[in-house]
Structures are given as structure tokens and as C-alpha cells.
Design a protein around this ligand. Structure first.
Ligand code: DC
Length: 211
């Protein structure tokens, strides 16, 4: 079974995806971490993440260890990830790995759950279940703000809100694989749900019609 979970930053899609994967014993791939790793590689080289030639070279030669790097979750890496993700050749370089993960999940797991922006529309358009997770932008900014503070990063709420707005706009307006809800995806609004409630809604949808 392939489950595609998409949605904007801090919508709660990662928590839902991780919890579903644990519950169903499925393999889990956070595809944002791939774009973040490319971004981190570009930033560490002191280069511009919007430079298409540079970003694609870093995607081609990506060091997989970067997906575990402590700087992966920083605000700077997130903003740069959204820029490298707008480069078509970066996306095509990462596409095969994502599709392969979905079709042949590691450790012979019975299924795969991928979360990102274009999983239900481009990476796995034939996924068995698709969920598009959203939440009010101010609520998402509050979540991200608390997460950054929790990680010891100096954060200002208004700045986090602006960054999210900019990232949403860039992720949904790019030409190549823009973030959007697939026609056959369930819409899950987590604005007023806690993580347990969001997980229960997703699980009910995923298991509906299965035995
Ligand atoms: O989910 P995230 O915040 O870790 O993602 C970081 C950036 O990567 C996001 O702003 C857009 C990009 N991304 C993408 O374009 N497609 C995906 N499938 C996953 C992430």
C-alpha cells in the first residue's frame, strides 16, 4: 500500500505520516528532508540556493548523511529548501529515489508512506490513499515558532509567519510540481485538532474500505 500525504509547512503532515507509518508498520519517507539536504549542501558551499545549475549539481552529488544533519530543521535550511525545490532538474534528480522507495519499501515493509508537496500529484499519482493536510497559517506559524524555540533557535513570531507565507507562495506557484491537493485526496484540516485527533482522522480514512 502506498499512502501519499501532502500539505504546507507545519500543517501537521509529518506527525500524521510518522504515526501512521508506526501504526501500520509501513516505511516512512519525509521527502522534504531530501530538498532540505540539497539546500544545506548548497548553503555550506556558500552558494545561492536559487542558482539552478549549482542546486542541480548538489542534488546529483548529494551526501545522504546530510538528511540526518542537526542543521536540517533550521529556518534558514527550510527557506533555502523551498528555493532549490523550485528548480526542475533538482526535482527530477530526486524523483527516482522517491518512486523507488514507494514501490519497493526498505526492509520489506508492507507499504510506504511519503510526505511532501507533490506526492499525490506527481511522485505517486496512483497512491492507494492520499491526504492533503492543511491548517490556518497563524496556527502553523505558532507551531513552527514553538518548534524553533524548542530547538534553541532565536525566533520571532512575526518573522516565522512572514517566512511561512513566502514559502507557501513559492511552493504553490512554481511551474514544476507545485504544491496542490490531488483531486482524490482527503482534506484534513488540523487547525483545531491535537496530534492524536489528527492521527485518528487519518487512520480512519486510510483503513476505510480495507479489511
Ligand atoms: O516539508 P518541509 O518543510 O521539510 O519541506 C522543505 C521544502 O522542500 C518545502 O518548502 C518545499 C520543498 N518540498 C517540495 O518541493 N516537494 C516535496 N515533496 C517536499 C518538500
Amino acid at each position: 500500500m502506498i499512502i501519499a500525504i501532502d500539505g504546507p509547512a507545519a500543517s501537521g503532515k509529518g506527525t500524521v505520516a510518522r504515526r501512521l507509518a508506526e501504526h501500520l508498520n509501513h516505511a516512512y519517507l519525509d521527502t522534504g528532508s531530501l530538498y532540505r539536504a540539497v539546500a544545506l549542501s548548497v548553503l555550506r558551499a556558500g552558494a545561492d540556493p536559487s542558482d539552478a545549475a549549482i542546486a542541480s549539481a548538489h542534488a546529483r552529488d548529494l551526501d545522504p548523511n546530510l538528511t540526518e544533519d542537526p542543521d536540517l530543521r533550521s529556518a534558514a535550511t527550510g527557506a533555502a529548501a523551498s528555493k532549490v525545490a523550485a528548480v526542475g532538474s533538482v526535482r527530477s534528480t530526486l524523483l527516482a529515489f522517491q518512486r523507488n522507495f514507494a514501490v519497493t519499501p526498505p526492509n520489506t515493509r508492507p507499504g510506504a508512506i511519503l510526505d511532501g508537496r507533490d506526492i499525490g500529484t506527481v511522485v505517486c499519482p496512483d497512491a492507494d490513499r492520499k491526504i492533503f493536510v492543511i491548517a490556518d497559517r497563524k496556527i502553523r506559524a505558532e507551531r513552527r515558532f514553538k518548534e524553533l524555540l524548542g530547538r534553541g533557535e532565536a525566533a520571532i513570531y512575526a518573522r516565522v509567519l512572514d517566512d511561512l507565507q513566502e514559502r507557501d507562495a513559492r511552493d504553490s506557484s512554481r511551474v514544476d510540481a507545485p504544491m496542490r491537493q490531488a483531486e482524490d485526496a482527503m482534506l484534513l484540516d488540523t487547525s483545531h485538532l491535537d496530534p492524536d485527533q489528527a492521527f485518528e482522522c487519518a487512520l480512519a480514512f486510510v483503513t476505510s474500505g480495507t479489511t
